[in-house]
Design a protein around this ligand. Structure first.
Ligand SMILES: NC(=O)c1ccc[n+]([C@@H]2O[C@H](COP(=O)([O-])OP(=O)(O)OC[C@H]3O[C@@H](n4cnc5c(N)ncnc54)[C@H](OP(=O)(O)O)[C@@H]3O)[C@@H](O)[C@H]2O)c1
Length: 289
């Protein structure tokens, strides 16, 4: 088995790369920055073809995206090129080479009026990010055997990442205040658990849409308090605010989150609870402090 991780420099791609190595899967990873990765820019079609020609993968894990939700709102053309057209080109390369394609999608395909959502609920994105990711998802699902994994609030101990837990840790360290919305609900998802479920689903030959998220449905504020408790932080550097006070360019789905019955039926397990994953991060924090 030879895997190509598109976006191996990111949080999810990095977790997948480590897991592939542990599972003895031959792996190629891409980034736009070189540094030992194959060069691939989803906005540059020739770079997609070149990376596929080099890697000749059996399995493609498509993690790359324009993930900055507010930047997508400010530049919808670029967002569409990276999040929708790039994945469609990757799907075409998979069709030509007979590779299995796994695409990382998002709960932002929903409007957040009545979450948590199942795979059967009708998408209704409220942002450019959500709309363009949904387009990318549809391009992947048009490919035979295409697998789209919807996830949300992915976190891990990764100093290179701006995930919510790393933002919280860096605010605490620098003494900066962190505004945390109390009205955004979703399921925090630990990146190594997401990676394991993704590879397990791919190995089982799953196709279509699967929700892959942690089991705890929490507001961002509740998640922040749990993280502080796990890390031994006084939460006095946090400000509890409504989303409307954050002044963000893109609308957020508020009552979002995803149900995982389909995942449980396929793998015979749910992802582990948030408290245990935060304790693992607390151990790493102590180790690297
Ligand atoms: N993080 C979350 O909470 C979350 C929630 C829901 C869904 N997702 C989805 O999960 C996937 C992985 O997220 P993540 O947390 O790992 O994101 P991340 O840490 O922000 O990583 C993004 C990756 O995309 C790559 N990238 C950005 N622009 C690119 C372009 N034009 N062409 C090629 N690669 C590009 C980056 O690589 P270089 O900059 O090195 O080129 C990086 O590897 C994304 O598809 C995202 O939509 C994430």
């Amino acid at each position: 088995m030879r895997a190509l991780i598109i976006g191996a420099s990111g949080q999810v791609g990095g977790a997948l790369a480590s897991l592939c190595v542990r599972r003895k899967i031959e792996v190629y990873g891409t980034s736009r920055k070189g540094q030992g990765f194959l060069n691939l820019d989803l906005g540059v079609p020739s770079s997609i073809t070149a990376a596929f020609d080099k890697a000749r993968p059996d399995l493609v894990l498509l993690c790359s995206a324009m993930t900055h939700v507010d930047n997508c709102e400010r530049d919808p053309e670029l967002a569409r090129r990276i999040n929708a057209e790039g994945p469609a080109l990757a799907a075409e390369e998979c069709r030509k080479g007979g590779a299995k394609l796994v695409y990382f999608s998002t709960e932002y395909v929903f409007d957040g009026a009545a979450g948590p959502y199942s795979e059967e609920d009708a998408p209704a994105p409220v942002s450019v990010y959500g709309r363009t990711k949904l387009e990318g998802e549809r391009a992947v699902l048009a490919l035979k055997g295409g697998l789209a994994l919807r996830t949300t609030v992915v976190y891990s101990y990764n100093p290179a990442s701006k995930n919510f837990v790393m933002q919280l840790i860096s605010s605490r360290r620098s003494g900066a205040r962190l505004r945390v919305p109390y009205d955004q609900y979703s399921n925090p998802t630990y990146a190594p658990d997401l990676a394991a479920a993704a590879l397990d689903l791919a190995e089982k030959g799953a196709s279509g849409v699967y929700n892959v998220v942690g089991p705890d449905w929490l507001s961002r504020w509740e998640f922040a308090l749990k993280a502080c408790a796990a890390f031994g932080f006084e939460p006095d550097f946090l400000d509890r605010v409504p989303t409307s006070e954050l002044g963000q360019a893109a609308a957020r789905p508020l009552k979002a989150g995803l149900k995982t019955d389909k995942l449980e039926a396929a793998l015979g397990r749910r992802l582990p609870p948030v408290d245990g994953s935060l304790r693992k991060i607390a151990v790493l924090l102590k180790q690297y402090e």
